[in-house]
Design a protein around this ligand. Structure first.
Ligand code: ATP
Ligand code: MG
Length: 332
């Protein structure tokens, strides 16, 4: 049994574009708030970014931007082990091993796969889109992770990880820790402001419905003020009847910590204009703060030093776990 200080928390983001408000509220914020309570790991999931072809120069920039953004969002590199996934080669082998614990049916049932494979190019569905969940399982299991803070869209993949760990342990003996998912009660699925039935995705690229942490604050304000709502003129949380307003309420609640009920009460009798202005103020306050810090952390030498040290520390634990798995499998 681990005591509390030995408990491990881990999360990661794909460098598949600039980070969004959804990435911050759904995953990064929840990690940062708890990083002192756990042995903490955060990584840039760069192997997950090549599940579909990418421009190498753009990818390189995206990886560095993502790291600088983590720091700007409050990740403390003294407290937390920060690393680039592809620097720790054990992810590749463990990903391979976990893929072979997985059934085709399990992967075909993954909601993210079903959603993302709807918009395929002329060459059909990329294999990477199909097989990335077991690589994600490897990412988690290598560090004996206890808790994985993620947005709602990734819950299914963490649950698959639990299943795969359990299956492996049953077959080959106790090898992996079975992790729990942590989903924030508010802000776990931020929706596109122009299309509030769809999740806000960083890989959608620039569009009026996605708020990027690097967006100019004037643009952020404009995006929020033009968010799609409804004709009712009542500020009330009802995800199916009022997805646009409910999304804005979630954004305000997750940004400021005020409860949904308190927001509904405070805005009783107010119009959408007043409400949107307050959401815009809160989000611009948050993002403005992150942007100021981001400028400080953009230095490539500083980032490199943090990543090199992070990878060294991560590799020690990853190698131990991989070794255990190889012994269990009879590979060693
Ligand atoms: P992509 O479009 O490349 O899939 P993404 O925005 O979905 O990008 P990921 O890198 O897939 O981001 O996920 C990083 C983390 O952010 C995950 O924990 C995921 O659950 C969380 N997350 C992503 N989008 C949202 C969102 N709209 N609301 C809340 N959490 C989110
Ligand atoms: Mg995603």
């Amino acid at each position: 049994m681990k005591n509390n200080e030995q408990k491990v928390m881990l999360t990661g983001v794909r460098p598949s574009g600039n980070l969004t408000l959804g990435n911050y509220l759904g995953a990064i914020k929840n990690f940062v708030m708890r990083q002192n309570q756990y042995k903490s790991y955060i990584f840039v999931a760069d192997l997950h970014a090549i599940t579909s072809p990418r421009d190498p120069a753009e990818l390189k920039t995206a990886i560095n931007d993502c790291m600088a953004m983590y720091l700007a969002c409050g990740v403390d590199p003294e407290q937390t082990i920060m690393f680039r996934q592809s620097d720790v080669l054990e992810h590749g082998i463990m990903g391979f091993i976990m893929t072979f614990q997985t059934h085709m049916g399990e992967l075909s049932r993954m909601t993210q796969f079903k959603l993302k494979s709807q918009n395929v190019g002329k060459n059909g569905i990329d294999t990477g889109l199909f097989v990335y969940p077991p690589l994600m399982s490897a990412d988690i299991l290598l560090y004996n992770t206890d808790v994985v803070p993620v947005g709602l869209d990734q819950q299914q993949h963490v649950e698959l990880t639990r299943d795969l760990a359990g299956r492996f342990n049953k077959r080959y003996g106790d090898t992996f820790n079975e992790p729990d998912v942590y989903i924030a009660p508010v802000g776990n699925k931020i929706l596109n402001l122009q299309n509030p039935t769809e999740k806000m995705n960083k890989s959608d690229g620039p569009n009026p419905g996605t708020i990027f942490l690097m967006d100019d604050l004037k643009l952020v304000r404009k995006k929020i003020m033009s968010a799609v709502t409804d004709n009712e003129s009542v500020i009330r949380f009802d995800e199916s009847a009022k997805p646009g307003i409910s999304n804005l309420i979630s954004i305000l609640a997750a940004t400021t910590g005020e409860s949904i009920e308190a927001i509904e009460k405070r805005f009783a009798g107010h119009g959408y204009g007043d409400f949107k202005r307050e959401v815009a103020d809160a989000v611009c306050g948050l993002i403005g703060n992150i942007q100021t810090k981001y400028q400080r952390f953009k230095n490539p030498d500083v980032l490199d030093a943090i990543l090199t040290r992070g990878a060294e520390r991560a590799r020690i634990v990853a190698a131990e776990t991989l070794n255990r798995a190889r012994v269990a499998l009879g590979l060693k």
